[in-house]
Design a protein around this ligand. Structure first.
Ligand code: NDP
Length: 273
């Protein structure tokens, strides 16, 4: 079984560096099977969100796996309509109920909503204080959003989960997060499959007898990011997991580091005040 490294967050909690994303894993059997198969293969970190609509299935698969709770790392996120102080507290409770868990390992603000941002973070701090979440963090925050949060927060976010792959190499954000000890997490690390046939990416893959998807994951791991590729297919779950053993060299990293084209496959928070 490939060994997934653990990274230590700024509050001392450890996080498995590779996790399974379940956005668009359909509620019901598809999400249940993907999580169950992933756990059998050796994944221990599952990234869901209330807006994905599959928390109940994720929770059922996690519980049915019969693994010690301490070995699992379950993440969910508060959706935009639930932001604000009281609403965020209620949203976390609902996610816990659906997941059938007492505590989340990580709870994230899904998106930097402007009007409610400060109140939502106050609620996140309370959730961490009261143990509903072992850690709290943010998602889709730019440097600017992080700067304003860090200026007033009592508790800094442990992670910032953003779109990150060789075709969207957010170097300024990575540098800032490293300097502030906020762990950067790469979502859509495969650019949702949109560049898997890039010839430069394929060249690196061929050199290692690996797949382009494995190279994309290995690149983000080599940069020290947490990476959460999504798949609902057992063969791809295994393929993606095997990326942890793919050694990229300096030449590969230089080439992959030159592919940035500002490609956003998801959403762009940079215009938000
Ligand atoms: P990914 O970059 O992980 O790509 C997923 C797509 O690639 C799916 O279509 C999947 O299909 C396919 N795929 C997976 N593995 C392979 C492979 N080895 N070879 C070829 N194709 C492959 O995109 P996501 O947007 O899903 O991002 C991953 C996770 O990040 C999400 O599931 C979610 O948890 C999180 N996320 C968070 C966001 C946020 O705002 N915080 C926004 C977007 C994502 P198939 O399933 O059929 O294998």
């Amino acid at each position: 079984m490939p060994t997934i490294a653990n990274l230590t967050l700024n509050n001392g909690v450890t996080i498995p560096q590779l996790g399974l994303g379940v956005y668009e894993a359909a509620a019901g059997q598809e999400a249940y099977d993907a999580v169950q198969q992933a756990l059998q293969l050796g994944y221990r970190h599952i990234d869901t969100a209330s807006i994905y609509g599959n928390e109940a299935d994720v929770g059922r698969a996690v519980r049915d796996a019969g693994l010690p709770r301490s070995e699992l790392f379950v993440v969910s996120k508060v959706w935009n309509k639930d932001q604000g102080y009281d609403a965020t507290l209620r949203a976390c409770e609902r996610s816990l109920q659906l997941l059938g868990l007492d505590q989340l390992d990580l709870y994230l603000i899904h998106w930097p909503q402007t009007a409610t941002r400060k109140d939502t973070w106050r609620a996140m701090e309370r959730l961490a204080r009261e143990g509903m979440a072992r850690s709290v963090g943010v998602s889709n925050y730019t440097v600017r959003h992080l700067q304003s949060l860090l200026a007033t927060a009592n508790l800094p976010p442990v992670v910032n989960q953003v779109e990150f792959h060789p075709f969207l190499y957010q170097q300024d954000l990575l540098r800032f997060c490293r300097a502030e000890s906020v762990q950067l997490e790469a979502y859509s690390p495969l650019a949702r499959g949109q560049r898997l046939d890039d010839r430069r990416l394929r060249r690196v893959a061929d050199k290692h007898g690996a797949s382009p998807a494995q190279v994309m994951i290995a690149w983000a791991l080599a940069l020290g990011l947490v990476v959460i590729p999504k798949s609902v297919r057992p063969a791809r779950l295994a393929e993606n997991l095997d990326s942890v053993a793919l050694p990229l060299d300096e030449e590969d990293l230089a080439l992959l580091g030159s592919l940035d084209e500002g490609l956003r496959t998801c959403w762009d928070p940079s215009h938000l005040p």
